[in-house]
Write a protein that binds this ligand. Structure first.
Ligand SMILES: [Cu+2]
Length: 126
């Protein structure tokens, strides 16, 4: 019984990694919203303000899924102390281009689009 509990606890610790949805719409990081909401976001400033992501805290092993539902391409990359940690590369709009980035390095990141420098968030990976 005791072994069983230990195995169960070990299993839940290993499978805890989360995937955070990061939807790009109206040249902004809008977090976890639906495709329909993303399509309407550029006409709705209140919605955009409410869902805009400027800071995100995650754990090592978690992932971010970059989901471009904008009308333009983006090129998002992550930097810690000006060192490039990941590069999503040019990402055209559309579901076939969704990209998942696993965060393996601890640090305080700046995540920014190379094409639209105002698209910028702070990410803490602990
Ligand atoms: Cu962009």
């Amino acid at each position: 019984m005791k072994t069983c509990l230990i195995l169960l606890l070990t299993f839940s610790a290993v499978t805890h990694a989360e995937v955070f949805r990061m939807v790009q719409a109206d040249k902004t990081f809008l977090g976890n919203i639906t495709d329909k909401e993303a399509a309407a976001a550029s006409d709705d400033n209140d919605f955009e303000e409410k869902h805009k992501i400027e800071n995100l805290n995650v754990k090592v092993g978690d992932s971010i899924q970059f989901i471009n539902r904008d009308e333009v391409s983006h090129n998002v990359s992550g930097w810690v102390n000006e060192k490039n940690i990941f590069d999503v590369k040019i990402q055209a709009p559309g579901a076939t281009n969704d990209r998942v980035i696993e965060l393996k390095t601890k640090g305080e990141y700046i995540i920014q689009c190379a094409i639209h420098p105002k698209m910028k968030i702070k990410l803490k990976v602990e």
